[in-house]
Design a protein around this ligand. Structure first.
Ligand SMILES: Nc1ncnc2c1ncn2[C@@H]1O[C@H](COP(=O)(O)OP(=O)(O)O)[C@@H](O)[C@H]1O
Ligand SMILES: [Mg+2]
Length: 333
């Protein structure tokens, strides 16, 4: 049996715009094991959502997958016929987005939306589907399930709506759950509740999770391993525990230094100076060089590869000839 459930190999996504071609995801590779949670983290605009959307070939126009493979249970999703992909979407791989209304119909009752999601992939009679839907509504922590079953999402709070989306995502027992900033649009207290809920359900459903966020605190709480992205590329790939103990890439170090509470007492929160480069005019050398406190002449004219030992990989010339880490980020491979 394959140890890896989902594997992206050298994945690229290109947007074909009037101003030219933009490589928004550039040669990204990652692997997800059964039951594990892999985080993707990086500032806004670094290609996290494009990476997530490409897995089920849901990259919005004017974009498409322009290279690489997405292997799921031995099949390449990037070339699978649309009809076959449809049977995987929402069943074997499900998604939860930042904005719950992306996935919900405002005018249809929550109950009907869940039962339709159930019956899209499985032949069950209406009565059975209703019983299952009510069970799911209770499972995602909603009291008075019967009432919510009959309500439309428009009358619900953001947190309640996201619970309904999670119920729909889990209704067919997916092998992989992709969460793209699922709590970013919610109030802080609701955020914590939803994160706890995803964590609990992940264990009870046995799903592997690809968890996308710009928030290092969420990464720490939710993930086993992490891919740090910058400007469409993976710049570091490591165990979550290692991420907070010994981040190696200057960008990752900057992200961690920006976490409130990590700044030295009496000092302002440090910031990573500068901004993400525009994809229309990428630097010639390392994409992070213009913002990097350690950038050398070489960094400004040559692109570094991903270097490292085991699975702790880092895209920085400082580690070209060094063993990046003693612990492999996914030991056992
Ligand atoms: N329609 C579009 N035209 C031009 N650029 C776009 C378009 N949609 C997305 N992008 C660019 O694609 C890049 C990746 O976006 P995205 O994956 O949404 O980033 P993230 O999820 O990390 O915030 C960004 O630089 C964004 O500006
Ligand atoms: Mg995004």
């Amino acid at each position: 049996m394959d140890e890896y459930l989902l594997e992206a190999k050298d994945l690229s996504v290109t947007l074909y715009t009037e101003r030219g071609e933009l490589r928004v995801v550039d040669g990204v590779s990652f692997r997800l094991k059964k039951r594990e949670t892999l985080g993707i983290v990086g500032e806004s605009g670094c290609g996290k959502s494009m990476t997530a959307n490409s897995i089920l070939r849901m990259v919005p126009a004017p974009g498409k997958i322009s290279g690489g493979q997405i292997i799921f249970k031995g099949r390449d999703l990037s070339t699978l016929p649309e009809r076959k992909l449809r049977s995987i979407r929402g069943k074997e791989i499900a998604m939860v987005f930042q904005e719950p209304m992306t996935s919900l119909n405002p005018l249809m009752t929550c109950g009907r939306q869940i039962t339709e999601a159930l019956r899209a992939h499985e032949k069950t009679d209406a009565k059975q589907a209703k019983r299952h839907a009510l069970e799911l509504i209770r499972l995602v922590g909603i009291p008075m399930a019967e009432r919510i079953y009959e309500s439309t999402p428009s009358g619900l709070s953001g947190g309640m709506r996201q619970r309904i989306v999670i119920a729909m995502a889990l209704c067919n027992n997916p092998d992989v759950l992709i969460c793209d900033e699922p709590t970013t649009a919610l109030d802080v207290t609701v955020q914590a509740q939803i994160l706890r809920l995803i964590d609990e359900l992940k264990s009870s459903f046995g799903s592997a999770v690809l968890f996308i966020t710009h928030d290092m605190g969420v990464i720490q709480q939710m993930t086993d391993r992490v891919m740090v992205m910058y400007s469409g590329q993976a710049v570091e790939y490591l165990q979550t525990e290692e991420l907070f103990r010994k981040p190696l890439h200057p960008y990752t170090q900057g992200l961690i230094a920006c976490i409130p509470g990590k700044a030295a007492v009496g000092h302002d929160l440090p910031v990573i100076k500068g901004t993400v480069p525009t994809l229309y005019a990428l630097p010639k050398g390392c994409l992070f060089a213009p913002r990097c406190p350690y950038a050398t002449k070489r960094c400004r004219c040559e692109r570094p590869g991903l270097y490292g030992a085991g699975r702790h990989l880092v895209r920085c010339f400082q580690y070209e000839h060094k063993e990046a880490s003693n612990s492999a980020a996914d030991s056992g491979s």
